[in-house]
Design a binder for this molecule. Structure first.
Ligand code: BDR
Ligand code: CA
Length: 312
């Protein structure tokens, strides 16, 4: 099983990604969920992470709260996409699970320090604040990382929060740049690929038809998300941004990309948070990222259905 720390700001597609991951319990071992402020504030993201664990019958998974704001820039949220609670559109209960006592950054540093070298996969699917803080707090902890597989950035697809930037990178560009410089192997799943993984009525109907609780729940969550993406961007459905990270862990053969240099714009007001991708190798800077730009979307949705079916 792949030991994973899943760093998240749920968030509707985050919630679906968490369900997908918990369905894959034979393949993925979630050591913890670490919550960060992003789509909504930390109060909501750390609460929503626990709610999703309870939906999946996994109150045993520790949920640690982390950073409540970005390193330097003012907080930006995406309530216009995910609603005030971050999970608008589905009934939310008061979670019985308590938050873990340890701060998410302390948990990460300790776990990476105690782990065998190159053994832990970090999966950030929100702003990169927690990961950057851990790397700054204890640069040596990078040794415990096997790979960072993150959702963020855009090159061919430009931006979704500004014309130049994708939300997770824009929300904390300085943190993103720290992470890209850390020296660990990094795979990025940017809008270039997540926009190819859109829901359709047929795909979602398969989840709705599952004879469990979590399949129809996932269907309801994305139906609410679709309202935004279809209206605002004229898409067919909702891109499954964060679930792409889990699909990549389970079935990397569904994806294709290129090893390239990627840097984040941190000063220009016009293009703040843009991921500058050296697709044609013109800069001479060394490749630091495996940048994914293609996915077999039918294969991805088939996996999602298969693993959602394993949940209660
Ligand atoms: C990313 O931003 C968030 O709104 C989503 O949860 C996803 O992680 C897509 O740009
Ligand atoms: Ca997210």
């Amino acid at each position: 099983r792949i030991p994973v720390i899943f760093d998240t700001d749920p968030g509707q597609d985050d919630a679906v990604a968490i369900l997908f991951m918990l369905g894959a319990h034979e393949e993925i071992q979630p050591l913890a969920l670490t919550a960060v402020a992003g789509n909504v504030g930390l109060h909501h993201t750390s609460r929503n992470a626990r709610i999703v664990c309870e939906w999946a019958g996994r109150p045993d998974i520790p949920v640690h709260a982390g950073a409540d704001r970005p390193l330097l820039v003012a907080p930006v949220t995406a309530e216009h996409v995910h609603g005030k609670t971050g999970l608008d559109g589905v009934p939310l209960h008061e979670p019985s699970m308590a938050l873990a006592d340890e701060h998410a950054v302390d948990f990460m540093v300790r776990t990476l320090r105690e782990a065998a070298p190159g053994s832990i996969t970090l999966c950030p699917v929100g702003p990169l604040t927690n990961i950057a803080l851990a790397l700054r707090r204890d640069p040596g902890c990078v040794r415990g990382i096997r790979e960072i597989v993150l959702m963020g950035g855009a090159y061919f697809e430009a931006g979704n929060i500004t014309p130049a930037a994708e939300f997770n990178i824009y929300a904390d560009p300085h943190a993103a740049q720290i992470v890209l410089q850390c020296g660990a192997p990094i795979t990025m799943l940017p809008l270039d690929v997540t926009h190819q993984a859109q829901t359709t009525a047929e795909r979602v109907s398969r989840w709705r038809a599952l004879p469990n609780r979590c399949g129809p729940l996932a269907a309801n969550i994305v139906t609410s998300l679709e309202r935004y993406d279809v209206q605002k961007f004229g898409m067919h459905g909702a891109p499954m941004h964060d679930p792409c990270v889990i699909a990549y862990l389970l079935a990397p053969e569904l994806f294709a990309g290129r090893r390239v240099n990627v840097e984040v714009e941190t000063t220009s007001p016009l293009t703040l948070g843009a991921t500058v991708v050296d697709w044609w190798g013109t800069s001479g800077r060394p490749a630091n990222v495996h940048w994914i730009n293609q996915v077999d979307a039918d294969g991805l949705f088939a996996r999602m259905t298969e693993y959602l079916a394993r949940l209660p």
